[in-house]
Design a protein around this ligand. Sequence first.
Ligand SMILES: Nc1ncnc2c1ncn2[C@@H]1O[C@H](COP(=O)(O)OP(=O)(O)OP(=O)(O)O)[C@@H](O)[C@H]1O
Length: 463
Amino acid sequence: MTQEKWGQLRQKLLKTVGRNNYKTWIEPLQFDQMSEGVVTFQVPTNFMGNYVSQNFADLILYELNNSGETVQRVAFKVAANTATRPMRASETPAEPEVEQAMAPKSQSAYSNTGLDELQAAPLDARFTFDSFVVGKPNELAHAAARRVSEGGPVTFNPLVLYGGVGLGKTHLMHAIAWELKARKPELNVLYLSAEQFMYRFVQALRERKMMDFKHLFRSVDVLMVDDVQFIAGKDSTQEEFFHTFNALVDQNKQIIISADRAPGEIKDLEDRVKSRLQCGLVVDLHPTDYELRLGILQTKVQQYRTTYPDLQLADGVLEFLAHRISTNVRVLEGALTRLFAFASLVGREIDMDLTQDCLADVLRASERKITVEEIQRKVSDYYNIRLSDIIGPKRLRSYARPRQVAMYLCKQLTSRSLPEIGRRFGGRDHTTVMHGVKRIEELKLTDGQIAEDVEMLRRALEA
Ligand SMILES: Nc1ncnc2c1ncn2[C@@H]1O[C@H](COP(=O)(O)OP(=O)(O)OP(=O)(O)O)[C@@H](O)[C@H]1O
């Protein structure tokens, strides 16, 4: 791998990820070195390293391997001449220097476009209807999923399940697939992530196998695409998705889609794709409430009983966890798994003391309130300027805009009043804050880049 080769690969990535993503995330990556199957890139900030790692590392890896390099991992490190700061507990843990490295999620995603391969898209054996706990926040989504899984005449097409992180979208999709396989084994059910759809599409293009690709995707009976927001901004993938979608709907084949937000709110998703998604039944998974969390915990405990038959669980522990831990079921499950493993290691009953010791960090994190200082720090990292420039008096656009973004986020994500926010931005007047907040509200509607910046920062702060 050489600098020059990276230059060529970047051009390929431009086509796949779209111009906006390319400018923001790919262009600033500096090829650093290739050693023992690991390609390292320098990034200006931790924030950027984490983001690229989570969203584009797979794709970069794919392109590298496709260009003849043998690469197992892609890693990112913050450029030495950029001001760095210690990472806080709330951020993604990183290895020293190299921030985060990603191995391909599944090797098969890159290997071929054969139908056998497609059918083998892995379904998680644990994600069935039996193990899905139903409560008010997800009852509609569950009912719709059940209906589709009966495999009867197609009544709503597509079914779109959307909701925040870790609320059970993937679980429900796998459950539908399992159920369909059991009830109607003759059906060709294809489940894959939008990311895999893109890889396969890109590969088919490269290998000049588009006819095969079209044929394969048009010959399934049920198509399930998870995390469809991934294709937003990727123009040619969206186009192909659109045609695949139409062809299947024309043949009256069932399509099931999941997304992290309502189709109409997915930025950079073409209008024609949005409107197709909105044609069927769109149901959301709401954040969990206390009862649902408790139900999920109780179900999990029953499952753990087989692994840890001797463990004692004191009264009140599950209620405490359901009350204290966030709406994200993945976090809740992780906490319980850790608790059981820990209790079995130390051979103690799971009581409140043990729970608080073992889960101190999780409990602290769920108490966490976003602070003005945190927002200022994240925003300055993101725009790669100094914290003092966000707070200080400089009026240059390159400082003023990030400052307004930070003010806007403070207004949205903290309970601070405008005068309080003003005070923390170097003693500014509340009318200045108000103006800043308004300006960002307006820009969010007209300037895609600002809207994206704000959204990304909000997510990073809420993570
Ligand atoms: N209602 C539920 N009953 C039982 N388990 C659940 C429920 N909701 C979520 N889970 C569990 O929580 C974990 C996260 O769920 P899942 O992966 O389906 O979330 P998701 O909505 O697809 O999230 P992401 O947006 O991160 O992909 C899984 O282990 C899943 O089994």
